[in-house]
Design a protein around this ligand. Structure first.
Ligand code: ADP
Ligand code: MG
Length: 702
């Protein structure tokens, strides 16, 4: 498979680099903020065109073609030793040529075969064909040493890359092995063991203590505790009973439960998460796209240059041996496959490293964008706060306290919002007690429901104003949830949420790692927002926002960010999936049980631990740094070899050795990402010029 021809073909189809958007003029003082139609369009992730996909498949096949094998490595090393030995043998003429052909064939027999195939298929820029031609040119020019060295070092560098790929694949396999292969299917009164992948929707399975949930479903019988530690990469367990969701990948800890299957195993949460990590290479970073583009022009240019170098000076000087040997050096330099592959490998390693820690990077482009994020925007509820509200106070008006709570609880029964869950829990309302019709939830506002022939509104001040209800100003701290029946105000409920454990440290760590500006956006009231923002030292804060206004604020901040930097929005996936799509990088936290959030975001942090955020940020930073280093090292080595090779300073053997050394360095660099151990390393502090501009934390943004 010729990747260069593919590269050339595909470069025509590659997505054009994102043009710098014109800064939209946004009037933040305006009450009504209209989002232009096109901005409301859901952000499409960097889709892979069909043509590009073919290319990627070719690349993947290429990778699979060249598996690491100890015998191949041993053969290459034996060939290298033999090369050194024959170098010192006092032979001459045809015997000397034949003695060099032995290590050449030992290391290069498979490349010769592939080169023959490429020549037969007319793939003139095939990697193996070019290297073979370079080798043969060296042999013709009398540089037997160089001719054999090219094949040997190519083999060694291929083995280095293949080894790194094998390590990465092993980690992916280790993650897959946590997915159970068998399940206990309940048929009438019998239980039979079946393959988990054959489970169908609505079938019932039984899980004993210690079993891993094979696919997503709903608990229908029994009570137990599910442990999601494997999935989220940290400790997380929660009780389940009839009606609770059972997420694939969780371990059933205490007692047997029965679960009704909701999705087939291939579509279950755990499979989706693994697939996202495994397929992240489909969404390439701009660096990879650029390299592929450069490669598509550079390879043919260098091949032409090599042939000109072999022909023109030979004709004028008559010393064809010298020039053919130099041209062979340039030919080997034209092989840029290792650059493409080593950068891809770095990002793949970062994606696998992260997924083992419950962080899903959905593309190489996402890792790159996160590494450049200087503005971090946080949603409040469920992100920097726990998202576990509690009812603190009840202020009824014209009804009793329990009546107010019951009506509010009944209206909130179907809502998934943390405030709704707190009110329902405090009210003692059950779905069986009351007939609730026409429930309508307005994100960032509240709910409206038809209960016993009356319209009940439960929500914030904005919701009351929207329905023309006059409400009381709350007199105690906390978030006030007002309640009205048929336009008549019947009081409010004060709810409060706690700051997440470690939120301060995590946000400080993000700042030290390079997140220059931190912003808090919330639909909650100013007082709560200000309190949280001052504790966590946010630079900017904006409260009482609807989800649309949050999108608008994110777009405003994106348009005001520094060139070459990006903006990341961190939400919990409840009411903010559109905002996740607006930001350059949308990060959903605590979403192991929220498939919608996983779908909408670019990075899914499955667990609830806010410390995962700096981990993700630093992993992205390390990956981008390693990818850059690999590109620079490889390009510098190739450039120097090209210059000094053309000048006759660097011979073919030295050129082959240096390129092999560069590939080995790149492979080790990628593996460092895969095997990074946080506890052993000191936190890296990234200083950036003109850090926080706290003056901007002004009221005008509020
Ligand atoms: P945040 O921006 O802090 O994550 P949300 O956007 O989820 O918060 O909600 C913003 C505000 O909207 C809440 O503080 C609350 O006042 C109101 N709200 C949203 N959903 C509901 C609901 N189901 N019941 C009552 N109030 C709600
Ligand atoms: Mg929220």
């Amino acid at each position: 498979m010729n990747i260069y021809r593919r590269v050339k073909q595909m470069s025509k189809h590659l997505a054009k680099p994102e043009k710098t958007k014109k800064n939209p003029v946004i009037d933040f003082s305006a009450k009504e903020i209209h989002i232009p139609e096109k901005k409301q369009k859901k952000k499409t992730k960097s889709h892979v065109s069909k043509a590009e996909d073919t290319f990627q498949t070719a690349m993947l096949n290429k990778t699979l073609d060249r598996k690491f094998s100890l015998s191949e490595l041993a053969l290459a090393i034996a060939a290298l030793v033999l090369l050194v030995v024959v170098n010192f043998l006092p032979t001459s003429g045809i015997v000397r040529l034949l003695s060099f052909l032995v290590p050449f064939l030992l290391a290069g027999y498979s490349y010769l075969f592939e080169a023959f195939q490429e020549a037969f298929m007319g793939i003139v820029l095939g990697r193996e064909l070019i290297v073979t031609v370079a080798s043969l040119m060296a042999f013709c020019a009398g540089s037997y040493n160089g001719g054999a060295a090219v094949m040997i070092f190519l083999k060694l560098s291929d083995m280095a890359l293949a080894y790194a790929e094998m390590m990465q694949a092993e980690k992916v396999n280790a993650l897959y092995s946590l997915r159970p292969e068998k399940a206990n299917l309940v048929n009438e009164n019998t239980v039979s063991v079946v393959k988990a992948e054959t489970l169908k929707k609505d079938q019932v399975i039984e899980l004993y203590a210690g079993d891993v949930v094979p696919t997503d479903g709903v608990v229908i019988d029994g009570t137990s505790v599910l442990d999601a530690s494997t999935l989220v990469g940290g400790s997380l367990s929660f009780p389940v009973a009839a009606g609770s969701t059972a997420i694939s990948g969780c371990v059933n800890v205490t007692a047997p439960i029965r679960v009704r299957v909701a999705t087939e195993q291939k579509d279950a949460m755990y499979s989706a998460v693994l697939r996202a990590a495994e397929n992240s290479w489909m969404h390439k970073s701009s660096q990879e796209r650029l390299i592929q583009k450069v490669v598509s022009y550079l390879t043919p240019a260098l091949v032409i240059a090599a042939f000109l170098l072999a022909i023109v000076p030979s004709i004028s000087t008559g010393d064809w041996r010298t020039w053919v040997a130099r041209a062979a050096v340039i030919l080997t330099v034209s092989q840029l496959y290792s650059v493409v592959q080593s950068v891809k490998l770095v990002y793949d390693c970062a994606a696998v490293y992260a997924s083992a820690r419950g962080i899903v990077f959905k593309g190489h482009d996402v890792i790159e964008a996160l590494s450049r994020a200087e503005t971090l925007v946080f949603d409040k509820t469920g992100t920097v706060t726990e998202g576990k509200y509690q009812v603190k106070d009840v202020f009824p008006k014209g009804v009793s306290e329990s009546q107010l709570l019951f009506l509010a609880g009944a209206a909130e029964l179907s809502s998934n919002h943390p405030i709704a869950r707190a009110i329902v829990a405090a009210s003692g309302a059950y779905a069986s007690d009351v007939k609730v019709l026409d429930v309508e939830e307005t994100p960032g506002r509240g709910v409206c429901a038809f209960i016993d022939g009356r319209n009940v509104y439960v929500g914030n001040a904005a919701m009351m104003e929207e329905h023309g209800v006059e409400y009381d100003m709350p007199t105690v701290p906390g978030s006030a949830i007002h309640v009205a029946i048929d336009g008549r105000y019947i009081g409010h409920i004060i709810v409060d949420d706690a700051l997440r454990d470690g939120a301060f440290d995590a946000i400080e760590e993000l700042r030290m790692s390079g997140a220059k500006t931190s912003v808090l956006l919330t639909g909650d009231v100013h007082s709560s927002a200000r309190k949280i923002a001052s504790v966590l030292n946010f630079d900017l804060v904006k409260a009482e926002l609807s989800p649309d206004e949050k999108c608008k604020a994110v777009e405003y901040l994106m348009s005001n960010r520094n060139v070459n930097t990006t903006l990341a929005f961190v939400g919990d996936g409840i009411c903010d999936t559109d905002v996740l799509k607006c930001a350059t990088v949308g990060i959903a936290m605590g979403c192991f049980d929220k498939p919608d959030a996983v779908e909408a975001c670019d990075i899914a942090v499955l667990g609830d631990d806010i410390h995962q955020l700096p981990k993700a940020y630093q992993a992205a930073d390390r990956a981008a740094g390693a990818a850059f280093l690999n590109t620079v090292v490889c390009s510098a080595v190739k450039l120097l070899i090209a210059i000094f090779g053309a000048a006759g300073v660097v011979g073919l053997a030295a050129a082959a050795f240096l390129q092999c050394a560069a590939v080995m360095f790149e492979s080790i660099n990628a593996l460092r990402i895969l095997n990074y151990e946080e506890n052993r390393q000191k936190p890296r502090i990234k200083w950036r010029k003109g850090r926080l501009n706290r003056e901007r934390s002004d009221e005008s943004f509020i």
